[in-house]
Design a protein around this ligand. Sequence first.
Ligand SMILES: [Mg+2]
Length: 330
Amino acid sequence: MAVRSKMLGKARARTKSEASRRTIGAKMAPRKKDATGILPEPVPATKTERFAKKIIALIYDFDGTLCPRPMQEYAFLPKIGENPEAFWAESNRIAREQGADPLITYMHLLYKKAKAKGVRIDRSDLVAQGAAVEFYPGVSEWFDATADYVRKNTTSQDVTLRHYLISSGLTEIVEGTPIYKKFHNVFASEYWFDAYDLPFPKQVITDTGKTQYLFRINKGIENLSDSINHHMPESDRPIPFSNMIYFGDGDTDVPSMAVVRKNGGRAIAVHGGDNIGRGRCRDLMRAGRCDFFADADYRVGSALFKRTCLLVDRMIADIRISEEMWALDN
Ligand SMILES: [Mg+2]
């Protein structure tokens, strides 16, 4: 059963203990005092009770990848009578003038504009706005269809598929969409609603900041109150990058695509079928940012579905090989 964080700060708390259960490290050797009388930190054994790296993670950007437009354009901007082009131009101009991060600027400007128009939008209003988001064709069936594909092709290997979302958009709007429940975890920007007169940015996920969440997925440290910075040997990381496919639509995904691919994972760029989008994807592929690109058609049998399955087939084969090697060595 998928477990999702309703808020970033409440990401899955059980992940860490799950990870430790997977290793014999859970059975720590008795700790002996050193010459100073201080007990050294326990060092978990890296030998696992069974081959544990059997989770494939499909990780998505939201705006432009799963839906054609930024999520704020479906309900928030119309509700406050803002023209999207004018809004984003103003937000970017303020960011440049103030030397501010554009993500913080847009989150601030949304509510400043709403207040100026006398429109009150609280957390539940934002969640309700999620229902207005229009997705690319096939998105609603994609999550179960890809999971089915993995299940049917790995009956003897016990490989499972997870879907993750990493978005600079708003957690609250994502929460109101029908696909929210399909994600194992959602990492997105979020407001603090009762801190100030205007809702205040609580979590801001920038393009480069997205990569932190890739490492959280990689290390199994999805609870945001746990530090991601301590060293973890590759052998202890539950979802290797080589088991990841990242889906994005443009330059804002370059840091994530680069991190995933440089660590042995895969990336797919999608476009809305227009020449500009197709050209953008071709540029990403030529720059070595993605393995494939395709029209953002998520229906079973589409080019995107087939190319994703090709990469998944290879991952399943690699998992089988790694498991066989692991068995010889254990
Ligand atoms: Mg995007």
